[in-house]
Design a protein. Structure first.
Length: 305
């Protein structure tokens, strides 16, 4: 099967390469010429414009959009949709909000275009390990693209699946990322407690290596934690500033809308937000209040630094 890939960032280019190695024909497009040339060197057919994508992809066309979520995805989908023909299929493999995917499916259906939303996990490791994919859309349309998903997945029948109608793929991936937030926070907090127990002088890399085998808390995230600690146990080159893709927020919002308690995911999200403020105003306020009601000591800011 052939597929046009729009967006050749690290993940998109790796997905294109995995498809090429699996025997698929890939038409590759990106706004950066070096990215297109790199894909061509691996056997892809390069396209420099949206119009070229259409010209170089046989009908009925399948176009996979792999760009950052938000306005870029919106613009890309509308731009290519205007050039597609009835019966063609658009696939969004990025981290879009599932409500946007539902809306886009309705709009594209009016143009007789198919839409598949694919919640994709695997990051930079997907090329060698395969991608986990949660697929939403019309089941018949998804089934026609089965060979694509089987090639990208860790194994043809493992790591991917049809989960429901349009929006279900991105909804499932959103909750997946919310769980990821909680798991990452738990590992981070546990390792910090171990590090703080200085009387034992624990080797954190050694501990994570022990946990990786036979332990009930073993996981791929733990494998990655061990890898990071092997490179730099004190993480001296890493700034304590944690970003978020937005899906953790969406998970918390959804939990509130559904009246579902999600304290761990919510706390993990809040911790990420706090990491970005070197001097949280709330902590200053707490110190000021303790001084006001009890005369407790306050550390004064050094304005000369």
């Amino acid at each position: 099967m052939e597929l046009a890939m729009i967006g050749l960032g690290k993940m998109g280019s790796n997905m294109a390469l995995r498809l090429l190695r699996g025997g698929h024909r890939v038409v590759a497009f990106d706004i950066n010429e070096p990215a297109i040339q790199a894909a061509e060197s691996e056997g892809a057919v390069g396209a420099r414009t949206m119009k070229e994508i259409i010209e170089k992809t046989a009908a009925p066309r399948s176009v996979w959009v792999m760009v950052p979520s938000g306005e870029i995805t919106e613009e890309t989908i509308h731009s290519i949709a205007d050039l597609l023909s009835p019966g063609d299929t658009l696939i969004d493999g990025g981290n879009s909000n599932y409500k946007d995917s539902q809306r886009r499916e309705n709009i594209l259906a009016e143009q007789s275009l198919n839409f598949i939303d694919v919640g994709t996990s695997g990051g930079i490791w997907g090329l060698t390990e395969g991608y986990s994919m949660m697929v939403g859309g019309d089941e018949e349309v998804v089934d026609r693209h089965r060979s694509i998903f089987e090639t990208l997945a860790p194994a043809p029948e493992k790591g991917w699946g049809y989960v429901g109608p349009s929006g279900a793929g991105h909804f499932t991936k959103m909750i997946h990322n919310g769980i990821e937030y909680g798991l990452m926070q738990a590992y981070a907090e546990g390792l910090e407690i171990l590090k703080a127990k200085t009387e034992f002088d624990l080797d954190l890399h050694q501990v994570t290596e022990i946990w990786r085998y036979g332990s009930v808390i073993r996981s791929w995230l733990l494998d990655l934690a061990a890898r990071a600690l092997a490179e730099d146990e004190d993480l001296s080159d890493v700034k304590a500033w944690v970003s978020d893709s937005g899906e953790g927020r969406w998970t918390v919002f959804e939990a509130i809308d559904l009246d579902v308690s999600a304290p761990v995911i919510t706390a993990a999200l809040q911790r990420r937000l706090r990491s970005r403020d070197p001097e949280p105003f709330s902590d200053k306020m707490l110190a000021a209040l303790r001084f006001q009601f009890g005369g407790h000591a306050v550390k004064r800011a050094d304005h000369d630094r």
